[in-house]
Design a protein around this ligand. Sequence first.
Ligand SMILES: *Cc1c(COP(=O)(O)O)cnc(C)c1O
Length: 350
Amino acid sequence: MAWKDHVRRVEPYTPGEQPNKPSMVKLNTNECPYPPAPGVAKAAAEFDADCLRLYPDPNAGVLVRELAAYYQVDPDQVFVGVGSDDVLATAFLTFFNSDKPILFPDITYSFYSVWADVYRIPYQRPALDEQFRIRKEDYYQENGGVVFPNPNAPTGVLMPLSEVEDILRHNPDVVVIVDEAYIDFGGFSALELVDRYENLLVVQTFSKSRAMAGMRIGFAIGSAELIRAMQDVRFSINSYTMNQPALRIGVEAVRDAAYFKQTLTKITATREEAKRRLAELGFTFPDSKANFIFAAHRTVPAKEIFEALKKEDIYVRYFDAPRIDNYLRITVGTDAQMEKLYEVLGKILA
Ligand SMILES: *Cc1c(COP(=O)(O)O)cnc(C)c1O
C-alpha cells in the first residue's frame, strides 16, 4: 500500500470550539456580539434563489468594486476570498516560494505554521519580547517572506505603523503580508502604505469587525501586480470561490459605514471597561487594541479558570502552548455577556 507513503501529511489547524447552547456566553472565537448591518438581513431575505442556477462572477466584481470604493483604491488592487484564511492561504502559495525561510512570530496566529507545513515552506519564528511585542529588528535578516498580524493574535498587541514601515523598508525583495483581522478595533492600517510599497499585501476580514464570520468573506489589498499573481494562482485551483449570496449580501456589510462605526464604538468601550474589571479581579494582560484581551491571573492557573468557566457555559479560548499556557483569550462580548463573565469569575476566584 505504497500510496500511504505519498499522502501529503499535515497536522491541521484546530479552530475554536463552536458549541451551540442557547444559554451560553460565547467569548472564544473573536466573533462580533452584535448583528451585521441591517442591510445584510434585508439582502438575505430578498435573495432570489433562482440566480443559484448560474455560476457566480469569477471576478467577484460587485464586491471588489464596493471594497475598492470604500478603501479608495483601484479595483485591480483588491482580491476577495472565502474568509481571510482563504486569502492568506492563497498568498502563502503565491508569494512564499523561496528556499529561504519565511518569518513570523513564535506567538501568533497558529494557522501560519500549518499553511507553511502543507505548502512545504520553510519558516523561522523569532520570539516576541517579554512584553509580547514583535521585535522589528528580527525581521531585518535574509528571508523568503514576512507575515504577522497587526494587532497580533492572540496577544492583542498593536505595532505602530512606523515600525511596520521599518520592516517594509528592510524587506524590499520579499512579499510582506500584514494580517489586519483586528485593525478596525483601534489600530492604524498599513493600507496607506500600499501605494509606496509594491511588495506589501494587507489582508482584512468581514469575520470580526463586520460581524460576518458565518458568511466567509476576506480580502487583500496591494499593488495590482501582487493581486494579479494571486488571481493567477486562484484561477489555477478554483475560479468560482465567491458564491452568489456572499457577493450580494457582502456588499451590504461594506455600504453601511455609520452602522460599522457604531458597532466599533460599542465594542471598544466594552473592551476598555473589561480592562478595568479584569485588573480588579487580579488579571494582568498586555494592552489590547483588538476585540479580545489576553489575560493571565496572578494566582490561579489559566487552565483551571478555563475549565471552571466552561462548567458555567462561558466559553473563552485557552492555548496549551509554550509561553502562553497561563493565559486566557477572552473575546469582548456585549456588556450583558461581560457582566455575566465578571460575576462568574468573581465566584471562581473567591
Ligand atoms: C480570525 C483571523 C483570521 C481569519 O479569519 P477569517 O474568518 O478566515 O476571515 C485571520 N487572521 C487572524 C489573525 C485571525 O484572528
